[in-house]
Design a binder for this molecule. Structure first.
Ligand code: SF4
Ligand code: ZN
Length: 298
């Protein structure tokens, strides 16, 4: 099969019915990411974008495209931040991949560990089954804290279309309307000087396409999954969506599109400022932040 440009195709986009060659595919993905950035004003000058990297293909692709796009743009600075959750045999390998990529792209990388603030995930997993709940809260806490200390104006995360569709579905399954606030390319309904706004430039790109893009650009990333990921509602949501997508291509796009259409009705931007946690001073909407509550449980 051939690409519209005449060269040999390497990718077939089912939901669109079109074939892409290597170069056209790469260009198309970059174009779509830039379109998302422009449409939702994800990046403005001056910005210090801290990319939360994990050693995986999504955050690796995000860092690669942002660096490529903004490398010669004055007043846009790109740095990377990685969290070591303390998961033996997994995170250490992933950190090596992230280090390799940052070196290749000449991006400064900062590391921060769960063990300096909480406990390692391997220890938490010995006594608790809901590992991902602890991990998610602690990771969001540390990403915000460290990005703020690095002087970030935005924290970019590698959420792709599949992740977003999973989150929409999970919130529906849990009946959790409040958490819809965390969705979208620029979820920041909270404007607080201690809270670094998050952006998701990959939100329109399916996971499969990120994998192909990463491979074509030789982006180093870890291929194995976290050993605790089996025990995860997200995985169940993913299986449901994959089954649907197989049968009805573009299901994931529709799910995310549904949320976008609803968004203006359910998400009213409010200049909500946050309280300070009584225990650690980090921003929270409760008296004691979730991370400190979890720390107490541990
Ligand atoms: Fe943390 Fe769960 Fe993700 Fe593993 S799968 S890194 S435990 S959130
Ligand atoms: Zn082509």
């Amino acid at each position: 099969m051939k690409c519209t440009c005449g060269k040999k195709a390497v990718y077939y986009r089912r939901y669109e019915g079109s074939f892409y060659c290597k170069d056209c595919f790469k260009r198309q993905i970059e174009k779509e990411i830039k379109k998302t950035i422009g449409k939702y004003d994800l990046i403005e000058k001056p910005d210090h974008i801290v990319v939360g990297v994990s050693g995986g293909m999504d955050s690796g692709t995000l860092l690669y495209v942002l660096k490529k796009t903004f490398k010669n743009v004055r007043k846009i600075k790109i740095s990377a931040l990685i969290i070591d959750e303390g998961i033996k045999g997994y995170r250490n390998k992933a950190i090596k991949k992230a280090e390799k990529l940052c070196k290749k792209l000449d991006v400064p990388l900062t590391k921060i560990s769960f063990s300096d603030y909480f406990q390692e995930m391997d220890d938490i997993a010995k006594n608790h089954v809901n590992t991902c709940t602890f991990c998610g809260v602690f990771r969001r806490y540390l990403l915000n804290k460290k990005a703020r200390e690095m002087g970030a104006t935005k924290l970019a995360v590698g959420h792709n279309l599949d992740d977003e569709a999973e989150s929409v579905l999970m919130n529906v399954l849990r009946g959790d309307v409040q958490r819809f606030e965390r969705l979208g390319p620029k979820p920041g309904v909270i404007r607080d000087k201690n809270f670094v706004p998050r952006i998701k430039p990959l939100i329109k790109i399916p996971k499969r396409e990120i994998a192909v893009y990463a491979m074509l650009n030789k982006i180093p990333y870890i291929e194995s999954d976290c050993p605790y990921s089996y025990n995860n509602v997200r995985r169940d949501a993913m299986n449901i969506l994959n089954t649907m997508e197989e049968k009805y291509p573009s299901t994931k796009k529709q799910v995310v599109g549904f949320f976008e259409n609803m968004e203006s009705r359910i998400k009213k931007p409010k200049n909500k400022s946050l309280k300070k946690c009584k225990m650690c001073d980090e921003p929270t909407n409760q008296e004691i932040c979730k991370a400190c509550q979890f720390k107490k449980i541990l």
